[in-house]
Design a protein around this ligand. Structure first.
Ligand code: SAH
Length: 378
C-alpha cells in the first residue's frame, strides 16, 4: 500500500534561516542553503538536477521533498511602451497580476500581495472585486523570480521608442493587487528574501512597500524590516480620506503620519513617499494642495501625484494635466517635494489601480463587487 506523496516544499517560500533548517532536515550541511540560493536566485535555475556542484544524493533528496515553483502564467500582455503584464494563476478560477515597467535607468516590477483586496478604497479597481486570499511567501517571491527569468529569456530587445530600456528587475514595489500589510505574515519573509545577498540581493531602497495606512502594522514593520515605505494618502483631511480610503476611519491621518515618522526614525530611512491619486474635482484643488503641504512641511516626505486611471464602472475622472501641475507647484512652492507619476501600460490595463486579475470575493457581497466578483473563464 502506498501512502500519498507528501507535498513538496516550495523553496521560493523559505528565507535563508528556514532554508538552512530545511536543508539540515534533509541531512545536509546548512551552508548548502547558500549554494542552493545561488542557483535559484543568481542563476535562475529551478531544476535540482542542473545544480551540478551539489552532491548527487542531496539533489535526489531535494527532488523528492522540495521544488522551486513560480506561479503559472495564464496570460502575458505587452504594452506599446514596453510595460509587460503577467496574469498568474492563484487556483483553477482565480488569478493575480504582476507588472514590469522598464525605464532607461531602472526596471521596476510591481508585485501583488493578495488575491483581491478587502480595504475598499473607492477609486481602486482591485477593491471593486473584493478579497479572496493572501498570497503565500512563495507566490510573492515567485513573481520576482518568474519575471526575472522571463525577461532574461527575452534578451535585451523590446525597447520602446528610441531609448534603450532596462530589461532586468532592479526595483520591486509592492503596489500590485492587495494590501501588503494585511498579509504581514507572508510579506515579511518575502521581503527578507528580496533583500538577502544570497536571494534577490536588492538594496533596501530598491524595495518599496506601499500601504493604505494600517497603522499598527507599520509599527510592527519597523521592528522587522527596513524597506522603503510608501503610503497611499490621497486626501489632506480626515473627512475626505474617510470617504476615499475607508481604513482612515480606524486610523486617522495624524496617527498614520506619526507611524510614518516612527518608521523612518527606527529604520534610519530617508523619507516616506506619499501617493496621492488625482481625482477631478474631488481632491485636486489648490486649497487642498496647501492643506497637504501644511501636513507634510518640515517632514522627510515626498509626494507622488498619480493621475487617476479609470476602470469600468468608476465614478471618478482624472484631473486635467494643468490642474495636476498646479497642485504640484503649490506643494513645491511650500517646500514639499512632489513629482507626477508617469502613467505606464495603460493600453493593457496595467497602470496603477487598474490591476484586476480574477478574484472570487469571499467577503461580503458589496455593491459594485458583483460585476467583477465572479469566476471568469480562462
Ligand atoms: N494597498 C496598497 C498597495 C496598492 S499600491 C496601497 O494602497 O498602497 C497601488 C497604488 O495605486 C496606491 O497608491 C493606490 O491608492 C493607487 N491607486 C489605486 N487605484 C488607482 C487608480 N484608479 N488610479 C491611480 N492610482 C490608483
Amino acid at each position: 500500500m502506498s501512502s500519498p506523496a507528501p507535498e513538496r516544499t516550495n523553496l521560493l517560500g523559505l528565507p535563508r534561516p528556514a532554508l538552512e533548517a530545511f536543508v539540515a532536515q534533509l541531512g545536509s550541511r546548512p551552508f548548502r542553503a547558500r549554494q542552493l540560493m545561488n542557483w535559484i536566485y543568481k542563476r535562475g535555475v529551478g531544476e535540482f538536477a542542473a545544480m551540478t556542484d551539489l552532491a548527487r544524493d542531496f539533489r535526489a533528496r531535494l527532488g523528492a521533498h522540495a521544488e522551486v515553483r513560480a506561479p503559472e502564467i495564464v496570460r502575458v500582455q505587452r504594452s506599446a511602451d514596453g510595460t509587460v503584464k503577467w496574469l498568474l494563476r492563484a487556483d483553477a478560477s482565480q488569478a493575480f497580476e504582476t507588472v514590469f515597467i522598464p525605464e532607461p535607468d531602472r526596471g521596476t516590477l510591481c508585485i501583488s500581495s493578495q488575491v483581491g483586496c478587502a480595504l475598499d478604497c473607492s477609486f481602486c479597481s482591485t477593491a471593486q472585486q473584493g478579497f479572496n486570499r493572501n498570497l503565500t511567501t512563495a507566490e510573492i517571491v515567485g513573481q520576482v523570480w518568474l519575471a526575472s527569468a522571463q525577461l532574461a529569456a527575452e534578451g535585451g530587445s523590446a525597447a520602446a521608442g528610441t531609448e534603450p530600456l532596462e530589461r532586468r528587475v532592479t526595483n520591486v514595489v509592492l503596489m500590485g493587487m492587495g494590501e501588503p500589510l494585511a498579509n504581514f505574515r507572508n510579506v515579511v519573509p518575502a521581503l527578507d528574501i528580496l533583500l538577502d545577498d544570497y536571494g534577490c540581493d536588492l538594496s533596501r531602497r530598491r524595495v518599496t512597500l506601499s500601504t493604505s495606512g494600517l497603522v499598527p502594522q507599520i509599527y510592527r514593520l519597523a521592528e522587522v524590516s527596513n524597506v522603503a515605505l510608501a503610503v497611499s494618502l490621497h486626501a489632506p483631511d480626515d473627512a475626505l480620506r474617510n470617504e476615499l480610503v475607508p481604513i482612515n476611519r480606524k486610523h486617522p491621518i495624524a496617527e498614520l503620519l506619526a507611524a510614518c515618522w516612527h518608521y523612518l526614525d527606527e529604520r534610519n530611512g530617508r523619507s516616506v513617499t506619499f501617493e496621492y491619486v488625482m481625482l477631478d474635482g474631488v481632491n485636486d484643488s489648490a486649497a487642498q494642495a496647501r492643506a497637504l503641504a501644511r501636513l507634510l512641511k518640515g517632514h522627510p516626505a515626498k509626494v507622488n501625484l498619480i493621475p487617476f486611471n479609470p476602470f469600468p464602472g468608476t465614478r471618478y475622472t482624472r484631473s486635467p494635466a494643468p490642474v495636476i501641475q498646479r497642485f504640484r507647484d503649490e506643494l513645491l512652492q511650500r517646500g514639499v517635494l512632489a513629482t507626477v507619476r508617469r502613467t505606464r501600460g495603460e493600453d493593457i490595463d496595467a497602470a496603477c489601480g487598474q490591476l484586476a486579475g480574477r478574484v472570487i470575493d469571499r467577503t461580503t457581497v458589496r455593491l459594485g463587487s458583483k460585476v467583477f466578483g465572479v469566476a471568469v473563464q480562462p
